[in-house]
Design a protein around this ligand. Structure first.
Ligand SMILES: [Cu+2]
Length: 108
């Protein structure tokens, strides 16, 4: 039986026979970084789900939680950063290269 792979790296093919189980079972949300903004700026997920940020700008960005709970390196166009949230809460974050870029992840 073929199963859908939901992993963002495979969203263009959608369906694969060779994805790892963790890809097939991947549950998550994508936030794009475009025109120096996070979109959507606020996402709501469940405990255990993953948020993947994808940079669609020519400039590098990063994703750093205000409370330090997650922190990416700087990454460029077409690259992604993922974090799996294991605790409920409200996480605010920003891009430290462009401090006006702010976002929130609400984990329920
Ligand atoms: Cu930035």
């Amino acid at each position: 039986m073929r199963r859908l792979c939901h992993h963002p790296d495979h969203r263009d093919t959608g369906l694969t026979d060779h994805c790892h189980d963790r890809h097939v079972r991947w549950r998550g949300t994508k936030v794009t970084m475009k025109q120096f903004a996070f979109n959507p700026a606020t996402v709501t997920i469940k405990v255990g789900e993953t948020v993947t940020w994808e940079n669609q700008d020519g400039a590098d960005h990063n994703v750093i939680a205000d409370d330090g709970s997650f922190k990416s390196a700087d990454f460029g166009q077409g690259k992604t950063f993922s974090f799996t949230f294991t605790k409920a809460g409200r996480y605010t974050y920003s891009c430290h290269i462009h401090p006006d870029m702010k976002g929130t992840v609400i984990v329920q």
